[in-house]
Structures are given as C-alpha cells and as structure tokens.
Design a binder for this molecule. Structure first.
Ligand code: PLP
Length: 380
C-alpha cells in the first residue's frame, strides 16, 4: 500500500493493529488445537478463547458467559433478530429506518419469509428516533426492539437509555447494533439498559470476519447455526481461534485507549469540519453535531455528486465514502439521509469522512487542500 495515501474511511474498516497481529500469530501457527478437545492442545486453544471472551466482556461491562462469538457484526445482528423471533407466534419487531443493512435487510427477510410484522420507526432531520414513537409502536405481539447505538453514515447517536426505559417498562428485550460505537464511546450494557448488543472486530483494528453478540443472562435466544455445543449451544461451529484472539486483543486496546482516542478523533473531526465549512462554499453537516461519533463527519456539497467527489479525491490519494461500505458500487443515495428527510439530490451530494487512530492534523490539512481543488474543478 502506498503510504502517502490518506485513509478517511474507518467506518468501513480499520487496519489491523500490529499488537493484534502479534497476539494472533501463535494461533495461526504452533497453537492449532481445537478448543473443544480435552487434551493439552485443546486446552491451550480454549484458554485463549476464554481470555478473549473476558476481554470482549470487559469492553462492554458484561460477563464472559454473556458473549457469543460470531463471524462479525452481520451475524451478530442476524442472531439477535432471528434468534428472538423464530418460533414466536405472530411476532412483531420494532426497529428504525436508519439501521445498517445487517438489521434492515434481516427485518425485510423476516417480513417476507418469516411472517414477522416489522415497524420501522422514522427519524428526525438529525437522524434520531423519538422514544415516544417507540412507545406508540409497541403492540401486545412485540417481541423485540432493535435500534442502533451509533449510525455508520452520519454518526448520529440514538437516545438508547431513553428507549431502554420504554422497553424495560414493557418488559421487552432491546437489541442494539453497537458496531460503530465500540472503541469510540464508553459502552456499558447495564447503563445502556440493553439485552442484546452486536460488535464487530474489524471496526476496532481487529481482524475481519470476527465479532460477538452480547446476550444478557436470562434472555431467550434460539440458535441459528445448529451443530455442536459450541458457545453454550448458541452458535455451533469450531471457533476461529486466531480471529477471536485478535478481536479480544483489539477490545482490550480499545478499552485502555478510549479516552485518549476520543480526544484525538474529536479534535481532528472538528478541524476537518470547520475547514470544510469555512473553505468550501455551499456545504452543510448532515446529522447531529452534538450527539455524534467523535470520528465521523458527513457533509452535503450542494449541487455536486458525492460519487464524483469520492472518485476525484481517490485519484489524489484520499479515501472517503458516500455512505456505508455495503452500498458502495450502487447509485442509490444513502437510505439514512433519505430517512432524515433529504431529497435524493441532497442525499446524493453527501460525502462521509471517518477518522481513525493513525489520522493526523497533516492528513486533515492535506485533505482540505485537495478537497478545495476538487470542488472548484467540479463546480467550474
Ligand atoms: N452494523 C453496522 C452499524 C456497521 O457499520 C457494519 C459494517 O459496516 C455492520 C453492522 C456489519 O458488520 P460486519 O462487517 O462485521 O459484518
């Protein structure tokens, strides 16, 4: 990789940290046992998985037994949703219109094939759900509420604690997709009041294809992968030991460095935001400025196409995004911005910058200079 390039797409994925790679390497080599085997080889692998489970649990204030390792955020969301509704009579799920496709498309599939009724809560212009709308949407058949903690496109945070007050009053389980929040916000499952919470390793400098679902003790959940008794019978399949070890290490580092990281990211994000708003005409911030991920900046460039900006910036060595990674390659503007009430034209003019732990002031300065040039060329 050309290291003169500037990577401002950390919400899509993050580079593997060297400490994480070092922690993983033995489990890609000499330590190859199956954690289910009772001999010494197996025990060594089991110890590594147990340690990682502890590290993941500590990041979110959970108990190790409440962590189920999965193949990533998508599987964790699928397990939460499918595991709660399958087998329930006339199930009703409430979610929001701005969820990641891992939740939205799972809900749509459950509607189409699973006979599940789903309510998609609207959001305001900043991307937030109104807790009173949740209250009004609940029925006697509601068996799950699923609202993300932080949005991947605009960074807006949802009022999870207020939503949890509603679900707790009604005795309903609350799932949150915390994939983007991890490593950028303090996370505590008790303070949030959630029963299920999805995490992904590759958003926090861990390996891809690894993640977890937190399941509060006592929350019923039907396994979606059947087979052996792995993960206490909740997710069958021999554990991906090296990826789990890497994920655990990434969680431990994220927890240890959180405060410093938030200060670093916020300063750079604000520098970028102020620079764009003052130096590039007809720009606006999409999303909430206060309740927002510290690393995320989504900007609308009036009259321009985000896609054109992205491709031109990429030619000059700056990587950004027009929305979630999963919608790249399609021309549909972000469903998040549409749900926030923007026109297709406004939504298509958006560009997302997401900073990371290696981002620097020089990266931001250079990006501002190049962005000014690109916008001037496209508008002339
Ligand atoms: N949820 C959110 C909010 C995300 O941003 C992503 C990844 O883009 C996912 C879920 C999916 O996670 P994974 O890539 O680990 O399947």
């Amino acid at each position: 990789m050309d290291h003169d390039r500037i990577y401002l797409d950390h919400n899509a994925t993050t580079p593997l940290r060297s400490e994480v790679l070092d922690a993983m390497l033995p489990y890609l080599g000499a330590v190859f046992g199956n954690p289910s085997s009772i001999h010494t080889y197996g025990q060594e692998a089991r110890r590594a998985v147990d340690r990682a489970r502890q590290q993941v649990a500590e990041l979110i204030g959970a108990r190790p037994a409440e962590i189920i390792f999965t193949s990533g955020g998508t599987e964790a969301d699928n397990l939460a949703l499918r595991g709660r509704v399958i087998g329930v009579e006339r199930p009703h799920v409430v979610t929001s219109a701005v969820e990641h496709p891992a939740v939205l498309n799972t809900c749509r599939d459950l509607e189409r094939r699973g006979g599940v009724e789903v309510t998609y809560l609207p959001v305001d212009a900043s991307g937030q759900v109104d807790p009173s709308a949740l209250e009004a949407a609940l029925t006697s058949h509601t068996c799950l509420v699923s609202v993300m903690l932080a949005n991947n496109d605009v960074g807006t945070l949802q009022p999870l604690e207020a939503l949890a007050q509603v679900t707790t009053r009604r005795g309903l389980p609350l799932h949150t997709d915390a994939v983007q929040a991890a490593g950028k916000l303090p996370l505590d499952v008790d303070r949030l009041g959630v029963d299920l919470l999805a995490l992904s390793s590759h958003k926090i400098y861990g390996p891809k294809g690894s993640g977890a679902l937190y399941v509060r003790q006592g929350t019923l959940l039907a396994a979606q992968l059947t087979g052996g008794e792995h993960e206490r019978g909740r997710r069958a399949g021999t554990e991906n030991v090296a990826a789990i070890v890497g994920f655990g290490e990434a969680c431990a580092l994220a927890k240890a460095e959180l405060e410093r990281e938030v200060v670093h990211l916020t300063a750079l994000r604000d520098q970028l935001q102020t620079g764009i708003l003052t130096r590039v005409e007809r720009t606006r911030v999409n999303g909430l400025e206060t309740q927002r991920l510290p690393n995320t900046l989504n900007i609308g460039f009036s009259g321009l196409e985000g896609e054109d900006l992205l491709l031109n910036l990429d030619l000059l060595g700056v990587a950004a995004s027009t929305g979630s990674a999963c919608s790249s390659g399609t021309v549909d503007p972000s469903h998040v911005l549409i749900a926030m009430g923007q026109t297709r034209e406004q939504a298509a003019s958006a560009l997302r910058f997401s900073l990371g732990r290696d981002s620097t002031e020089q990266d931001v300065d250079q990006t501002l200079t190049l962005l000014e040039q690109v916008v001037a060329a496209l508008r002339s």
